[in-house]
Write a protein that binds this ligand. Sequence first.
Ligand SMILES: N[C@@H](CCC(=O)N[C@@H](CS)C(=O)NCC(=O)O)C(=O)O
Length: 229
Amino acid sequence: MTITVYELDGIDDVRFSPFCWRTLLALRHKGFDDFERVPVSFRDRTPIAFSNQERVPVLADGDHWVNDSWDIACYLEDAYPGRPTLFGSDMGRAEALFINAWTQQIQTGLFNIVLWDAFQTVDPADREWWRAARQKLFGPIEAYREGSEEKLASWRDSLEPLRATLRVQACLSGDAPAYADYILFSAFQYTRCIGRDDVIEKDDPIRQWCERMMDLFDSYARAAPALGS
Ligand SMILES: N[C@@H](CCC(=O)N[C@@H](CS)C(=O)NCC(=O)O)C(=O)O
């Protein structure tokens, strides 16, 4: 059965969506490496019209499709119980749901810092759409060109629970990564893809964890196209 992931695409084929990265890494963790990745643009969601909604990721597994990265992870876990587990247990799944919710807050803080860089990653043909949509949420995007140092410092502070965890264990899920790690790491993979790898400082334990995550699955995340690479 062919698995297909529908995901956002940017300039120079940069696939930056943090939500889509969660699904890509979940698939690799489950041992799938021959799935198809179909690009979807901001301005044209026709490829995912079958899902009756407008957001990615959407995963199609044969005739069955699922949208929303959390629901996709749960689907993969339940449909393929014989493959490596994403959650470890029901309790692990329940705790990963908290990470899913917390990451939303982390990502929103991040968008407030890197909005201008994100804009540079959008396909020029999508920029008019993107500017109008983001302005509704964040105000004029030009305001984000400079002056993010204060916001960055307080965002870095907000990551202290992650840092404290990674000081005592290799991954959020323990010795080895699982879905909770992919949820949060995907936010950092997003910054890498849009050329803002600098949001995490070099000596931060979070960076060392990110490096470990990028090594996974034959350096799958590290090999992804990024702006300026
Ligand atoms: N809760 C959803 C969020 C999906 C989502 O917001 N996806 C973004 C991709 S980063 C999207 O489709 N954005 C298109 C838009 O902004 O209209 C999930 O976890 O999949």
